[in-house]
Every structure is written in C-alpha cells, then in structure tokens.
Write a protein that binds this ligand. Sequence first.
Ligand SMILES: Nc1ncnc2c1ncn2[C@@H]1O[C@H](COP(=O)(O)OP(=O)(O)OP(=O)(O)O)[C@@H](O)[C@H]1O
Length: 233
Amino acid sequence: MIQLQNVNKSFKGDLAIQNLNLNVNKGEILGLLGANGAGKSTTINMLLGFLKPDSGKVSINKIDTTHNSQETRKLVGYIPENVNLYPYLSGLENLDYFCKLAGLKYTKSQLETYLTTCGLASEAHNKKVGGYSKGMRQKVGIAIAYAKKAKVYLLDEPASGLDPLASNELSILLKKLASEGATILMASHDIFRVREVCNRIGILKNGVLVKELHSKNVSANELETLYLQFMQN
Ligand SMILES: Nc1ncnc2c1ncn2[C@@H]1O[C@H](COP(=O)(O)OP(=O)(O)OP(=O)(O)O)[C@@H](O)[C@H]1O
C-alpha cells in the first residue's frame, strides 16, 4: 500500500534521504525510528506529496504521490504531533466541519459513533476543543481520518507528550485500525512504544534505512541496544 523505491531527497545539496526502499502492506503498522534530522518527517512529507523526491518513486496504493498528490491524499489520514483543530468548536463540531469540507455529511449520531470508536469519551464530545488534552485532540484527529475512510494513516511523533495512559490508548486504537485493514506508518523516537504497537520497525540514520526488523523478533532491551549501537556508530 505504501511504497518507496530508491528514493533520494536533498535540501540545498545536503542529502536528507538516501536510496530509501520501504514497503508497508495493508493491515501493517511500520514504526520509523531515528534521531532528530534522520529523515522521518521528510519521508512522511513525500508520502503526503508536499515534498518531491529528487529521484525514485513514492506511491500509495500504486499511485505516484509526486504526480497525483490530490488523489493519494484522499486515501491518507495525516496525524501530526499536534493536531490542529478549531479551539472554539467542540470535538463533534470539528469532526462535522472537517467531514463537510471533504464532502461528507454524517448525522450527529454517526459523528458521535466515530468519536467514541476513536476513544473520545462521550462527555467530551460537546466540550470546546480548547480545553482538550493533547491525547484528546489526537483522538479527534484520528476520528476525522477514520470518518473520511482513510486507507493509510501517517503519524508523526504520535506518542510524544502523551501520558502513559493516553499513549496506551493510542496503541490500542492504532492496532484496531490496522486490524480493520488500515496501513499505518508512524515516525517516533519512542523505542518501547514502537516495538509494542508496530509489526515492523525501520531505523533511519542520516537518511539511510540502516535496519529493518520484525517487532516479534526483538525484545525491548535488544531493540534499545541495537538502536543505540546504530546511533553511536
Ligand atoms: N524544508 C527543509 N529545508 C531544508 N532542510 C530540511 C528541510 N526539511 C528537512 N530538512 C533537513 O533534512 C534532514 C531530515 O529532516 P527531517 O525533519 O526529515 O528529520 P526527522 O527525522 O523528522 O527529525 P525530527 O525527529 O527532529 O523531527 C535534516 O537534516 C533537516 O535539517
């Protein structure tokens, strides 16, 4: 579903991504680990069609994101670290607004079901988003993607700044989406959360994918040791 083939990207002559090959299949969650500046956001921005690769191919559902970004964006739900919502509108009103922008009209009860499915407690549905926690805003962000029937979820540092309970709820939600057939790529610094939620893990260093592994084949301690080794060498 997500495919990067021999992708290179540089900024003013500095290579940010080097010969990156990556696949994420339907129902899979891939975690991209890497230090600051490793190229995680650049990868996501190419998948969103906001950045064009210098060479190679980036595609979603076999559609090139460089030349058909409007088409591929319809398949994608993008959840940035801080989900931007209208603070003076409630969670329900935000969801309604973003769905309408996408040409989707749902009944109040359908909207409530989307929010509840994405873990937002019903008492919060009609409260203004300005008073929401980061985790609650994230749930609304995911509900927007879910209501838009996103096939692919791209998450940039989703667990950063969440308390353990909110982070655990996020893991459960992502696993549920994947079990329903969503394809998920999440960029993160959180080794333990990535191992817990993702099927596969890729380690990026200076734009190079230095390691790819299956979570089930590595313990949390082994992953940490491996990650630190790569970062130090
Ligand atoms: N718009 C840009 N203009 C110039 N350089 C950029 C731009 N975007 C990214 N870079 C550079 O590309 C490299 C990869 O950055 P990127 O933001 O993808 O890393 P990251 O892994 O997401 O880091 P972080 O964990 O800090 O978010 C870095 O060297 C960064 O300075």
